[in-house]
Design a protein around this ligand. Structure first.
Ligand SMILES: Nc1ncnc2c1ncn2[C@@H]1O[C@H](COP(=O)(O)OP(=O)(O)OP(=O)(O)O)[C@@H](O)[C@H]1O
Ligand SMILES: [Mg+2]
Length: 243
């Protein structure tokens, strides 16, 4: 079953066509990689799917329903979470407080009035523990390492129990030991039923994690297939060497 379908999506910034009639589909329960040289449009595709940018043309369908034109909060509410290329966490809030911000956004008052705040707190602690960062729960976001921030951001996204999560360079700037662990956490969440689309420049990481890889070049899909297909594709190699 197809969970998300991107159909001929396009986005221009002035004279630059950042995304050019891009189509891709994500199977329910899959991990798909979106790769391509710098500036090939990967983050823009994420921004279009998640409602942070408005498309010029095309459509995005989630569970068969068009979500193009919806705002970020509405799309988040439908069950599509995302992380950012530079982890967006609140530096002056503790890791635990960072976990509870999305809860607050989606009905803090309602939760408190129903006395569910403690439940949310313990759910947040469980999620931090699942990501192996329970020990930093009381530390300020700004004091965490780059890799810990990435894990915290992922943990915070998971608080909303999304069905689909878009990860923009989850391993970017992270030390090799922590990259392994981030990969394990993605795999474990995927086993629990979460579908992933991930952008990543670390090829061993993305090839090891994904069943399907989509290669973007100048905003368009250049190739698509299994990691082995993509690795052996001459046009893909040219695109990377040419950029
Ligand atoms: N808000 C914006 N305004 C103007 N141009 C933009 C904007 N966002 C992206 N672009 C341009 O669109 C193109 C695609 O950028 P995008 O950030 O999507 O690439 P990317 O594949 O994520 O690159 P990287 O691997 O470096 O993160 C680039 O030419 C970029 O300069
Ligand atoms: Mg990017």
């Amino acid at each position: 079953m197809t969970l998300l379908e991107v159909q001929s999506l396009s986005k221009r910034f002035g004279g630059v066509t950042a995304v050019d009639a891009c189509s891709l589909s994500l199977d329910l329960g899959s991990i798909t990689g979106l790769i391509g040289p710098n500036g090939s449009g990967k983050t823009t595709v994420f921004n279009l799917i998640t409602g942070f940018l408005a498309k010029d043309a095309g459509d995005v369908r989630f569970k068969g329903q068009s979500i193009a034109g919806f705002g970020p909060n509405r799309i988040y509410g439908l069950g599509i979470g995302r992380t950012f290329q530079l982890a967006r966490i609140f530096p002056r809030l503790t890791a635990l407080e960072n976990m509870l911000v999305p809860v607050r956004r989606s009905g803090f008052r309602a939760l408190v009035s129903r006395g569910q705040w403690n439940d949310e707190r313990s759910r947040a602690m469980d999620m931090l523990a699942a990501m192996d960062i329970a020990s930093v729960a009381g530390l300020l976001g700004g004091s965490l390492s780059y890799g810990q921030r990435k894990l915290l951001e992922l943990a915070a996204v998971m608080m909303a129990q999304p069905q689909l999560v878009l990860l923009d360079e989850p391993a970017g700037g992270v030390n090799p030991a922590l990259i392994e662990r981030i990969g394990e956490h993605i795999r474990e969440l995927n086993r629990q039923g979460v579908t992933f689309l991930l952008v990543e420049h670390n090829m061993p990481f993305v090839m090891g994690l994904c069943q399907k890889i989509v290669v973007l070049h100048r905003g368009a899909v250049l190739a698509e297939g299994t990691p082995a297909d993509v690795r052996g594709n001459a046009a893909v190699l040219d695109a990377y060497l040419g950029s």
